[in-house]
Design a protein around this ligand. Sequence first.
Ligand SMILES: Nc1ncnc2c1ncn2[C@@H]1O[C@H](COP(=O)(O)OP(=O)(O)OP(=O)(O)O)[C@@H](O)[C@H]1O
Ligand SMILES: [Mg+2]
Length: 240
Amino acid sequence: MRFNNVTFGYNSDKIVLKNISIYAKPGQKIALVGSTGAGKTTITNLLTRFYDIDEGSITIDGIDIRKIKKENLRKSLAMVLQDTHLFTGTIIDNIRYGKLEATDEEVIKAAKLAGADSFIRRLSNGYNTVIDGDGNNLSQGQRQLLNIARAAVADPPILILDEATSSIDTRTEKYIEEGMDRLMEGRTNFIIAHRLSTVRNADAIMVIENGEIIERGNHEELLKQRGRYYDLCTGAFELE
Ligand SMILES: Nc1ncnc2c1ncn2[C@@H]1O[C@H](COP(=O)(O)OP(=O)(O)OP(=O)(O)O)[C@@H](O)[C@H]1O
Ligand SMILES: [Mg+2]
């Protein structure tokens, strides 16, 4: 997956991303960090083709994404966002939403990978438990595990994760992190990171400011530079 000198603006009068180049190999974790409004979500919007770029190109396996049918592109990508919608229906169907033709066995396998299987089995009707709109009868941590399971059943080569900022207890957080780690294995991963632990483990960190990559490297390399990343890390690490 490659961004080659990508420039983009939502409107023609304002450039939001300037000359962005990113190269990511399967199995790698690329962390995007930077202050609010820097352009992190925009980068992922371009990859999913919610918007098309103005200059440069984005390729997957060497193919320009504008030449890939949207339907096929969507199959190459899954997103684990902070607040993915759950719908009124059973747990099993909510997970299956990641791949509508998935069998029950595939769904259960995905739930196990996510680390969601054990809490689901403890529910009154297990996988057939009905959750109400947006999963209000589940905890925030449980909803996130379902999101991970949904992405796992889709089993895409590229994964986009927008890490939750909201505070969940550390034990649940650790559990979710482990599920995420299993989900990320063998894929190309883009993580909009809010936690130092995630960033530290990334193969490459891109520090985005005002639509530009101002620093890139791994955690140690960037700390040594004593630049913006260093400031982010030493200043209580409120990545946002
Ligand atoms: N749909 C849109 N239409 C017009 N401008 C937009 C749109 N979405 C974002 N922008 C602008 O693009 C810039 C980058 O926004 P983006 O959402 O990529 O930031 P971000 O780095 O994800 O920030 P955050 O950490 O707050 O999520 C901002 O100036 C924002 O106002
Ligand atoms: Mg964002």
